[in-house]
Design a protein around this ligand. Structure first.
Ligand code: ADP
Length: 344
């Protein structure tokens, strides 16, 4: 596909440091050795990076998928660090038209990492324009219009595209097939989250005892971003209380004020359980749930559901979302257990 070249669009769509990287640079792991958890994924990525470095080749394109806050952006940066390459970040919604890619791709140095967050939100025309760049490191641009129009091939530096998505299922099969390395991040185990909390507390100068770190891990919904947020809120609470150590009592107080119960359920999760409980065994569709909650469908699917399903509180069935027997017992609802799904 050829596109019209508009030089004015060169780098305005690129953020060397996207806004969501700003809050805690000191806490973001820089190397695989500092990255806690996801052992199989880290092993696969380390092997791919080591092999690419040994061959002095660019790393194959990488697709990282999983719920938000699990570390895809962090991993993309780590890949660039470990490769000793430059890092450039943008996101699917920022790239409106194929022309938006030209300035971005032509500014890459050999073996640079180009990170595209929310890659499932790239418009189809941009996605298709990327194919040539991913496969042959080549773009075709259209100069001039009408009778004077010419298409000019443009060679690019060999680069690595790292795409992150919370919705792998929305990527077209041909696009997905162009990523040589595909890895999925899972919600973290409590032990890993406790280790992340302990390390964050150490870097923030907060004395967090082990039971308190365990409590934070239990309530962090399997998500490093959440556990880091909780560590910061506990630090505020301890400081304002004039205490020196974040123990279980102070930590529990801080968490209660944040509206997080001992399972890590937030207000919105409890409302989801109640709505599904009221619907009984008929099942509730995503749209109906979103309307009843006053919440965006994507937030329900990306943030709430993965956690509620992992905890065995709700299940997705052909009839829609339903409460499980465990979910019903938590909300105090009595449902006909014979027809409830046995597991999520
Ligand atoms: P995503 O891009 O998947 O939404 P991020 O990479 O921005 O998530 O990670 C969210 C936060 O959690 C960041 O502050 C990051 O430093 C931290 N984090 C993520 N994964 C880990 C990990 N495995 N170990 C330590 N901190 C992590």
């Amino acid at each position: 596909m050829a596109i019209e070249f508009r030089p004015a669009l060169t780098r305005e769509h690129v953020a060397e440091s996207p806004p969501h990287l700003a809050p805690d640079p000191a806490l973001r792991p820089q190397r695989f050795s500092e990255f806690t958890g996801q052992p199989a994924l880290v092993c696969n990525l380390t092997t791919a990076v080591t092999a690419a470095r040994q061959r002095a080749e660019p790393l194959d394109h990488v697709l990282l998928s999983g719920p938000p806050g699990l570390g895809t952006t962090t991993l993309a940066q780590i890949l660039a660090h470990e490769l000793g390459s430059g890092f450039h970040a943008t996101s699917g919604p920022a790239l409106d038209r194929p022309a938006d890619l030209v300035g971005l791709l032509t500014s890459l140095q050999p073996r640079d990492v180009l990170f595209i967050d929310e890659i499932h939100r790239l418009p189809r025309a941009v996605e298709e324009y990327l194919y040539g760049a991913m496969e042959d490191f080549r773009l075709v641009i259209l100069l001039d219009k009408g009778a004077n129009a010419r298409s000019v091939p443009l060679d690019l530096a060999p680069f690595t595209l790292v795409g992150a998505t919370t919705r792998e299922g929305l990527l077209s099969a041909p696009f997905r097939a162009r990523f040589g390395v595909q890895e999925r991040l899972d919600l973290y185990a409590a032990d890993d989250l406790a280790a992340i909390a302990a390390e964050a507390a150490r870097r923030l100068g907060l004395a967090l005892d082990a039971p308190a770190a365990g409590m934070l891990a239990q309530r962090a919904r399997g998500t490093p971003r959440m556990v880091l947020r909780l560590v910061r809120r506990v630090r505020d609470h301890v400081q304002v209380a004039g205490a020196t150590i974040a123990d279980e009592r102070l930590t529990a107080e801080a968490l209660e004020r944040l509206g997080l119960d001992e399972r890590g359920l937030m207000l919105q999760d409890r409302r989801i359980l109640e709505i599904l409980g009221r619907a009984g065994l008929t099942g509730t569709g995503l749209k109906a749930l979103a309307v009843a909650l006053g919440e965006d469908e994507r937030t329900i699917e990306d943030v709430h559901e993965p956690f509620l399903i992992r905890e065995g509180l709700i299940a997705r069935t052909p009839r829609g979302r339903v409460l499980t027997a465990l979910g019903a017992s938590i909300t105090g609802l009595t449902l006909d257990e014979g027809t409830l799904p046995l597991e999520a």
